[in-house]
Design a protein around this ligand. Structure first.
Ligand code: AMP
Ligand code: GLY
Length: 426
């Protein structure tokens, strides 16, 4: 089969690397891709947010058998619906299901309606009402822009004054654009040992009838060591999550995953694809922090390398709604991903810096924001390279990853030095 993956980042490169292992894959394509995806796939220079351009490409390329739509924004505008309308087979939710990520107000209402554990919250489309609500509440308190904001539309406010300022920024100054027309204001969840609580990302394959969690991972969303600094798309991940147990998995399946799948079916919004559960272990059990309608980035970079089953077989089983027929198997051991970013990320950063790579040893370099210019590999985004290492445990994988990081450099490189350390004492 010829398979096209839509997206540009490390997640897409990781998916392509996994698909490449399938004996059934003939040729891979990536729209638009980066310098890493170009090594294993044909990059297609079409803007995937331009629906008409994507459709024209698909019509002109009947040799492509299967489309994997990965990023949140093309899913939210219904690119899967459009491709299916042309008779193309796809992996990814339709528009009416992708809303589970595209609107935090929708997902909050869904969880409230179907009793899925999450932070207590209220939703406002009016600044005055939101301000009045915040003034009646106590800190810490969490503000979330309703729409897609590159993972940055969430403010954890330590006091009410900060919350008032945040409200103004999101709703009046529109610092996240139209994503902030509606706001969700929620309680800050407390953990068993940490505040806020311990977080785990669980990606799951679902065809709307069956839901199968993948191995767990933990992200590092803040830009700086010890979880200081601004929220980013994710500065590194490790798998598995150290506090995960069979009991937690049972609790999450029964109280969160299956109820979410059923709730989406009941709403007439059957979700088929990869559903991402951002979860928090709180003093009142596991709760949902957020849903994503897609693979996580950089979670995918530590989860898929551990997958033993053919990824294309799983994708097609989801499309054909026969996921229950497939046995999904994982390697034991651990995987760590350190994200190397451009200095300044998640705020302004330079592009076009030459990337120097020495002897990296036994790791996989996944490309996120890279390009080739004048025959040289250069930076081309905020998150640039993902250094991914496997080991028999997290310590071994972490040591391998950071040893490789030492031999990679560019002007004003930025990365966290503490990936893989947190939650190790349970
Ligand atoms: P989100 O984009 O919804 O995942 O939020 C970004 C980050 O903010 C999460 O990964 C959490 O670390 C934090 N966060 C979001 N909501 C809450 C909450 N209600 N309580 C505590 N922390 C939260
Ligand atoms: N790493 C978080 C996300 O993909 O949204």
């Amino acid at each position: 089969m010829n398979v096209l993956v839509i997206g540009n980042g490390g997640r897409e490169h990781a998916i392509l690397l996994s698909l490449k292992k399938s004996a059934r894959v003939e040729k891979l394509y990536c729209m638009k891709g980066n310098a890493g995806t170009a090594q294993i796939a044909e990059n297609v220079d079409v803007d995937y947010m331009n629906v008409e351009a994507v459709k024209a490409f698909a019509l002109a390329h009947p040799e492509i058998d299967y489309y994997v739509v990965t990023p949140d924004d093309p899913l939210a505008i219904g690119l899967v619906d459009e491709l299916e309308g042309l008779g193309k087979r796809c992996f990814g939710p339709r528009k009416n299901a992708a809303i589970i990520e595209a609107s935090k107000a929708f997902s909050k209402k869904l969880m409230q309606k179907y009793n899925i554990p999450t932070a207590e919250a209220a939703t406002f489309d009016n600044y005055g009402d939101a301000l009045e609500y915040v003034r009646r509440k106590s800190a810490p308190i969490v503000l979330k822009a309703d729409g897609l904001a590159l993972g940055k539309g969430v403010l954890i406010c330590e006091d009410i004054k900060q919350a008032e300022e945040g409200l103004k920024e999101i709703m009046l100054d529109k610092s996240f654009g139209n994503a902030g027309n509606v706001i969700v204001i929620e309680e800050c969840m407390r953990g068993l040992k940490y505040n806020p609580g311990e977080e785990v990302s669980v990606l799951a394959f679902t065809d709307g009838k069956t839901i199968v969690p993948m191995i767990t991972s933990c992200d590092h969303k803040r830009a700086g060591d010890n979880d200081k600094g601004l929220n980013t798309g994710g500065m590194g991940t490790f798998s598995p999550c150290p506090f995960w147990t069979a009991d937690l998995e049972k609790e999450v399946l029964e109280k969160i995953m299956i109820p979410t799948m059923n709730a989406m079916n009941a709403e007439g919004r059957t979700f088929k694809g990869c559903l991402y559960f951002g979860l928090m272990r709180t003093d009142k059990g596991m709760k949902v922090v957020e849903y994503n309608s897609r693979f996580g980035d950089p979670e995918t970079q530590v989860v898929l390398p551990m997958l033993k089953t053919d990824l294309l077989d799983i994708f097609e089983a989801v499309t054909d709604e026969r996921l229950s027929d497939i046995k999904i198997e994982w390697e034991s051991g651990a995987c760590v991903c350190v994200v190397l970013a451009s200095g300044g990320y998640p705020l302004a950063y330079a592009k076009g810096k030459e990337i120097k790579i020495g002897d990296v040893g036994d790791v996989t370099l996944i490309h996120a924001g890279t390009a080739v210019k004048d025959d040289k590999l250069v930076t081309n985004g905020g998150r640039v390279l993902d250094v991914v290492a496997k080991g028999k445990n997290i310590d071994e994988a972490r040591a391998k990853a950071y040893k490789a990081v030492d031999s990679i450099d560019w002007d004003n490189i930025q990365f966290r030095k503490d990936i893989g350390i947190k939650y190790r004492q349970g």
